[in-house]
Ligand binder design. Structure first.
Ligand SMILES: C[S@@+](CC[C@H](N)C(=O)[O-])C[C@H]1O[C@@H](n2cnc3c(N)ncnc32)[C@H](O)[C@@H]1O
Length: 233
């Protein structure tokens, strides 16, 4: 008898067999989401800009996708990007080049980032974290390449802190499509980061989680630093 595939296994299969191909071969199609939503998706993603460090800082964007955010980061920061899909990297490279910017993009798995420890002042991602099966490993890597005192910023969809049912239904729908709906706070706190989270967007169904990497070596031993939350951002 065939073993029953767990729900997590089912979602990983959808990510690998469907979404990876979509991101690679139909990058332009994915870009249509912004057009279709009247740029609403882009406004949600741009929330990350308010929490980045000073202009000129070193910023890594993980899972940059079609590069809509990346082209806004590039003029302000010393920015690099990583994505698993060649199709996305091609599109984003073209987007940067057409604006006279030199792409620093890398096609690689976020589970094994090709940079030494503490390379960046901030590492950010938008709607990427819900696409990875092994979130712990990806987050370990995000933290590793962020300098002490630097920030890890994750924008993604999920359950709302106020527990509203619409956000709950949306989260179930995303799971059906293969995504992993997470609260990133415990994952970050378990790695010794000081964490805050803000919910926003329609039905508070999107949130930004901001983790600050400790500056003092002894803080790394603290299992969970303060966890601040707000239901509206
Ligand atoms: C849902 S799209 C989000 C794209 C963009 N950041 C946005 O805000 O629309 C997820 C992106 O993450 C990339 N991705 C998925 N798994 C990845 C992994 N393990 N390592 C690097 N990139 C990955 C995909 O190729 C895709 O471009």
């Amino acid at each position: 008898m065939e073993p029953v595939m767990s729900d997590l296994g089912r979602r990983e299969a959808i990510q690998r067999r469907f979404w990876d191909r979509v991101y690679d071969r139909f990058a332009l199609w994915y870009d249509g989401v912004d057009w279709f939503t009247g740029n609403a998706a882009h406004r949600l993603r741009r929330r990350v800009l308010a929490h980045l460090p000073a202009p000129g800082s070193r910023v890594l964007e993980i899972g940059f996708g079609t590069g809509r955010l990346h082209v806004e980061l590039a003029p302000r920061y010393r920015v690099a990007g990583v994505d698993l899909a060649y199709g996305m990297a091609r599109l984003t490279a073209r987007r940067l080049a057409s604006r006279g910017m030199i792409p620093v993009l890398c096609v690689a798995n976020a589970n094994a980032l090709p940079w030494p420890a503490a390379t960046f002042d901030a590492v950010c991602s938008t709607f990427f974290f819900s696409a990875v099966a092994d979130a712990g490993r990806a987050l370990d890597e995000m933290v590793r390449v962020t300098r002490p005192g630097g920030r890890v910023l994750i924008v993604d969809a999920g359950e709302a802190l106020d527990g509203n049912q619409v956000a709950h239904m949306l989260a179930r729908a995303w799971e059906t499509l293969g995504d992993y709906m997470r609260d990133e706070r415990p994952l970050m706190a378990a790695r010794g980061l000081a964490v805050e989270r803000h919910d926003y967007g329609p039905w508070s169904a999107v949130h930004i989680t901001i983790g600050t990497v400790p500056t003092r070596a002894e803080d790394w031993d603290a299992p969970a630093l303060g966890v601040a939350t707000s239901a509206a951002g």
